[in-house]
Design a protein around this ligand. Structure first.
Ligand SMILES: *[C@@H]1O[C@H](CO)[C@@H](O)[C@H](O)[C@H]1NC(C)=O
Ligand SMILES: *[C@@H]1O[C@H](CO)[C@@H](O)[C@H](O)[C@H]1NC(C)=O
Length: 392
């Protein structure tokens, strides 16, 4: 009896275990199914995300490509415009060369009348040359930018007489000090004025019309009227001074209002360029005796003051340099030959290479045939090419 019971119990137990296992398996299968479904969902989602990401990336790439194309197009456009502007500038230069400034020619006739009217006053008389110099400038052969020094306006110069190599610098448009550098090399190398010698003048100077000539400094002083002062550089004393014999002086150059008298040198000697209220449209010229400071002769030139920035004299011919109020290219646009040999039509229109701003001074050195220019704080040397005046 006992063994049969045991068997029965055993079978019952086994049956119960089977049922439990079955239940467990079913439960596990359900869980797995849920998990599988979730995984499938995740998969779905992630593939959607990755598609979206890919689309977005493609969009960005296309946008960037378009932007790059646009940038290139703009770049090309800017380049083409620059080329066109340059070509236009050249054309304007060419046209200006072909059509010399009319005011010179027009006023020329008036000048002839003036000559008759004032001939007795040693004004506008024909000039007897001291030298056989018959050159006229034809163009700027070369230029050299030496350095940038001091204020936007100023003057630098070198004695054209004798062998002195000294460079004299007037920084600004009014002061009482002049810097002296032993040679060009020192002027170029020194970064400051510390190493330069200084000359403190007995009276302050005004403008940029000063000059060193034959061991003397000729400088402009304003003391009510304007004076030209002759200062000996060797013993540092005033040798002579004279009140400039023009009444109601006005600035000589329309674009450089600080200059009332510009003393310049050429092969013939010293000249003074000035302007007065009486003849306020045009520039006047006077021949100056370097020994006594006497005015030997005076001329009303046909050169307008308007838009003039500077001027210089070469072989008895005045060259006036013009610019515009917004500085562009400086050019000689009016010439006046005191001996009457060079006609306006004959003179070349000389263009200066485009630089920084406008020239506050341009000092011609007749020995070297260079122009010492001060352009917006830059010190520049222009080497001039000459040609012979064609006799009329
Ligand atoms: C001259 O210039 C220097 C340096 O710019 C300045 O310090 C001085 O005051 C000026 N002198 C006169 C008299 O203007
Ligand atoms: C300075 O030199 C000049 C020219 O040599 C001379 O005329 C003048 O008398 C000298 N002045 C003085 C104070 O030595």
């Amino acid at each position: 009896m006992a063994p049969r019971l045991c068997l029965l119990l055993g079978a019952l137990l086994a049956g119960a275990l089977d049922a439990q296992q079955q239940q467990f398996m079913e439960y596990m299968e359900r869980r797995l199914a849920v998990l599988e479904e979730r995984i499938a969902q995740w998969h779905d989602q992630s593939s959607r995300y990755s598609t979206e990401l890919r689309d977005f990336k493609n969009q960005v790439i296309t946008m960037m490509e378009n932007m790059e194309k646009e940038r290139e197009r703009l770049h090309t456009e800017v380049e083409t415009t620059a080329v066109r502007v340059e070509r236009l500038e050249r054309e304007v230069d060419y046209l200006e060369t072909q059509n010399p400034a009319p005011p010179c020619v027009e006023v020329d006739e008036k000048l002839v009348e003036n000559q008759v009217a004032t001939a007795k006053q040693r004004k506008n008389e024909k000039y007897d040359k001291l030298t056989d110099c018959s050159d006229t400038i034809s163009q700027v052969k070369a230029m050299k930018i030496l350095k940038r020094f001091g204020s936007t306006a100023g003057l630098w110069t070198k004695d054209p007489v004798g062998t002195s190599e000294k460079i004299y610098v007037f920084d600004g448009t009014a002061n009482d000090t002049v810097y002296v550098f032993p040679r060009m090399r020192e002027f170029t190398l020194f970064s400051a004025t510390r190493k330069a010698a200084r000359i403190k003048l007995p009276h302050p100077w005004v403008g940029t019309g000063h000059l060193v000539y034959g061991g003397h400094l000729y400088y402009i002083r304003q003391h009510g009227t304007f004076q030209v002062i002759k200062f000996n550089l060797a013993n540092k004393t005033i040798v002579d001074s004279s009140v400039f014999p023009a009444e109601e002086q006005i600035p000589v150059f329309g674009l450089s209002a600080f200059n009332y008298i510009d003393v310049v040198a050429d092969e013939e000697g010293l000249w003074a360029i000035y302007a007065t209220k009486e003849n306020e449209k045009n520039i006047c010229l006077a021949k100056l005796d370097p020994r006594s400071l006497d005015i030997e002769q005076m001329w009303d030139t046909p050169c307008p003051r308007e838009n003039a920035e500077s001027a210089f004299v070469v072989c008895g011919t005045l060259y006036v340099v013009y610019n515009t109020r917004l500085p562009s290219r400086s050019r000689v646009q009016c010439v006046f030959d005191v001996s009457g040999t060079l006609s306006s039509e004959d003179a070349s229109l000389v263009y200066f290479p485009k630089r920084y701003g406008s020239h506050s001074s341009m000092k011609y050195n007749p020995k070297e045939r260079h122009i010492y220019a001060w352009d917006d704080g830059y010190q520049i040397i222009y080497r001039m090419e000459m040609k012979k005046k064609t006799e009329v």
